[in-house]
Write a protein that binds this ligand. Structure first.
Ligand SMILES: C[S@@+](CC[C@H](N)C(=O)[O-])C[C@H]1O[C@@H](n2cnc3c(N)ncnc32)[C@H](O)[C@@H]1O
Length: 258
């Protein structure tokens, strides 16, 4: 089996198939609702950090926003560009690292969706990621992201999982997810392994490792404040009226650029 250290390389080919059940439409409605209720700036420009295959960006563009997406995976970006082209969505996609990406344009809003903050394993990465958002926001603009909440992960410990998906060409793939908790470093080491199902059950090639960091709210608030933001709202992801709790891993944070 080939071991691939760069995440979202070979895995990118299967990304949309694996997340075909993810409620991107409902989550985009949630974001639109957040913008309506929390953003004083009615500007339409959104910078999306870690845009991946561009699903949120296409939906937001169809809702009337002007999107710029950044990702460091060539493969994810090429899928995003193809999908945007097919959808007739005019979106600018840049290859870049969310910890240092810079463009002269300023935005009314910055998004980082599907746990992009979790890829910021060190404090330095986290600060650089927050600084990227700050560098591109107009004063008063909002930085919105989802992530994993430490107390929930420690209460409801991760388990290894197996998921079977059907690809468009009729092939069936099994994804085995192995998760190892590193409490000392607040990291969940996730390994994805893909196998083709059938008589041979051969391992098609992919083993990717994704170390994902989880956070307390205090930590997030500390690094936001240190880097020019004010935390204005936290809630359970997709549930504006529900406070974060140890019962749900996914949290959502809204921060305002000072
Ligand atoms: C779980 S996917 C989310 C993609 C997309 N936002 C979505 O919701 O489908 C994480 C994405 O973040 C990108 N990513 C992770 N760390 C990054 C970094 N430092 N700079 C740029 N992109 C990064 C990966 O390449 C991948 O496309």
């Amino acid at each position: 089996m080939k071991k691939i250290n760069q995440p979202f390389n070979a895995y990118a080919d299967y990304y949309d198939s694996f997340y075909q059940d993810k409620d991107y439409v409902g989550e985009t409605k949630f974001i639109l609702n957040v913008l309506k209720n929390f953003s004083k700036d009615k500007g339409k420009e959104i910078l999306s950090l870690g845009c991946g295959t561009g699903t949120y960006e296409i939906l937001l563009s169809q809702a009337g926003y002007q999107l710029v997406g950044v990702d460091f995976s060539d493969k994810m970006l090429s899928i995003a560009k193809e999908k945007a082209g097919q959808a007739g969505a005019k979106i600018k996609f840049f290859k870049g690292d969310v910890r240092k990406f810079t463009t002269p344009q300023k935005f009314s809003h910055v998004l980082a969706l599907f746990n992009i903050i979790g890829y910021q394993n060190s404090d330095l990465d986290l600060e650089n990621f927050i600084k990227t958002a700050g560098r591109h926001l107009k004063p008063g603009g909002l930085f919105m992201f989802d992530g994993w909440y430490q107390p929930a992960i420690l209460k409801d410990r991760p388990q290894n999982r197996r998921k079977i998906i059907k690809l468009a060409n009729g092939r069936r793939l099994e994804r085995i997810t192995t998760q190892t908790l590193n409490i000392e470093k607040s990291l969940l080491q996730i390994t994805f392994q893909l196998k083709e199902l059938g008589a041979s059950r051969k391992i098609i090639e992919v083993k990717e490792e994704h170390p994902m960091r989880f956070f307390t709210l205090n930590e997030i608030a500390y690094f936001l404040t240190k880097n020019g933001f004010q935390l204005i709202k936290s809630c359970r992801f997709k549930h504006l009226q529900e406070a974060i709790s140890e019962d749900y891993w996914d949290i959502f944070v809204i921060a305002k650029k000072i």
